[in-house]
Write a protein that binds this ligand. Structure first.
Ligand SMILES: C[S@@+](CC[C@H](N)C(=O)[O-])C[C@H]1O[C@@H](n2cnc3c(N)ncnc32)[C@H](O)[C@@H]1O
Length: 436
């Protein structure tokens, strides 16, 4: 298969980067670093490029780990790169589906491709942007299995729809992985787009490919706001919260349980999964958050000190699984429309903690009135306040400022407190809580 390779990188730039690495030039003094490289004979462009690469590497560490030190970046490519832990999950999904090779269709700088190589897959990385593809080729070549990867500059849809890839004798063993660009040019620069048809490539292109070639392993990373109704029923969907952030939804076909596509709310670090079969007809928007199975939800009759208030992680909300989680927590809803659930203090089956929710012990129920809450802050001697809210139209930061105004912290012992502003059975309420 003859496909266009990326252009080579500028040797003068790479030499400047090598020199900066070898000399361990300090990141926090770019002027000194720049003078040192210029004095050693490196040109202005090469010096600026090398120093920006070192600074990208430093910022990429939290997302990509030690691997970042072996990579080259663009700002947009780094922003869009998959976190290392999530890329590993993408690779595991493809492997579990039986793939031994993958087309990384819109590979960016190759964070996913690197994880595919880690997992023993062969990689054909396709990137439409020539400058990005040149950096990706460098990034993949540094992997111990780098010879199992190839980077090409092309529009992947043209390759797929024009039959170029299908003409390859080994095409049968390739999975397709898409991580479409979710940014579009706007008046004030590039902004995130939430419409799956505005992705590049668009969601319909992926689902169309899958309809035409139903046995092919196809998976894609999409935004966490994905509505399950926009994804054909033959795909598994999982919404993923990594640590505290709900970062993506991944769709994949064929489903992990053959013939039984599932929706999953996933948390990574700590790991947990809540799974339910996908239903042919999805619940209408608006009923998803708290009770999407059509059954009348159980409502907590009252809120008492010692009860546990649970705040589900984002993937549970996005998947519409609050009610399913409430069953695991032996909890009731506070309000049909709000995603807080409550375990009664006498519950014997409520767990002490749960990876899919943050638990708070209820200390006191208070009226949601500024004057009364201010007086509570004074009486309790609160010096630091965390305000959380769901289902009430208030700005937690403004409420916090208002409640702490005039309470003099100096000289007082530190007294942190947490208030949850929400609704119970249709009425606004403030709950003083403490983390479990
Ligand atoms: C979200 S980024 C991929 C990030 C990558 N998965 C990673 O973890 O580093 C999407 C990339 O797809 C590329 N792209 C968009 N449309 C494409 C197309 N039709 N063919 C090939 N590449 C495309 C964009 O240039 C961009 O670099």
């Amino acid at each position: 298969m003859s496909l266009p390779a990326p252009p080579p990188l500028d040797p003068a730039r790479l030499a400047a980067l090598d020199a900066a690495d070898e000399a361990r030039l300090p990141l926090d003094d770019p002027l000194a670093a720049s003078s040192s490289l210029r004095a050693a004979g490196h040109g202005a462009d090469a010096t600026a490029w090398a120093l920006s690469q070192r600074s990208f590497r430093a910022s990429a560490r939290s997302k990509l780990g030690d691997r970042a030190e072996q990579m080259l970046f663009t700002r947009a490519g780094l922003e869009q790169a998959s976190r290392a832990e999530l890329a590993a999950r993408h690779a595991a999904t493809l492997r579990a589906a039986g793939a031994s090779a993958v087309v990384d269709a819109g590979c960016g700088l190759g964070a996913d491709s690197l994880a595919f190589l880690d997992a023993g897959l062969d990689v054909l990385a396709v990137e439409i942007d020539e400058e990005t593809a040149a950096l990706t080729a460098w990034n993949l070549a540094r992997h111990p299995r780098g010879e199992h990867a190839r980077v090409v500059v092309a529009d992947v849809l043209e390759l797929l729809e024009g039959g170029t890839l299908a003409a390859d004798g080994e095409w049968g063993r390739f999975a397709l992985w898409f991580d479409p660009a979710r940014r579009e040019a706007g008046a004030s620069g590039r902004r995130r787009t939430f419409d799956p048809e505005a992705f590049s490539p668009p969601l319909s292109a992926l689902t169309g490919l899958s309809a035409a070639d139903p046995g092919r392993v196809i998976a894609a990373k999409l935004g966490p706001g994905l509505e399950s109704g926009s994804v054909p029923g033959r795909f598994d969907i999982e919404w993923i919260t990594h640590r505290q952030d709900t970062v993506e939804a991944v769709i994949s076909t064929p489903p992990a349980h053959p013939g039984h596509p599932a929706a999953r709310a996933v948390r990574l670090e700590p790991d947990a999964v809540l799974e339910r079969p996908r239903e042919p007809l999805e619940a209408p928007e608006g009923s998803r958050e708290a009770h999407d199975d059509g059954a009348a939800p159980d409502l907590a009759p009252e809120i008492r000190p010692g009860d546990t208030l649970w705040e589900p992680v984002g993937s549970v909300l996005r998947a519409g699984f609050v009610r399913d989680l409430a069953a695991e927590l032996d909890a009731d809803l506070l309000d049909p429309e709000i995603a807080y659930v409550l375990s009664a203090r006498e519950s014997r089956s409520a767990p002490a903690s749960h990876p899919l929710a943050t638990g708070y012990r209820v200390l006191e129920t208070l009226p949601l009135h500024t004057k009364k809450l201010k007086s509570w802050v004074r009486t309790e001697g609160v010096t630091e306040l965390t305000v959380k809210k769901r289902g009430v139209d208030l700005d937690p930061a403004a409420v916090r400022r208002q409640l702490l105004a005039g309470s003099k912290a100096s000289g007082k012992a530190r007294k942190p407190a947490t208030l949850v502003l929400t609704r119970h059975a249709g009425k606004r309420v403030a709950l003083a809580v403490e983390p479990l």
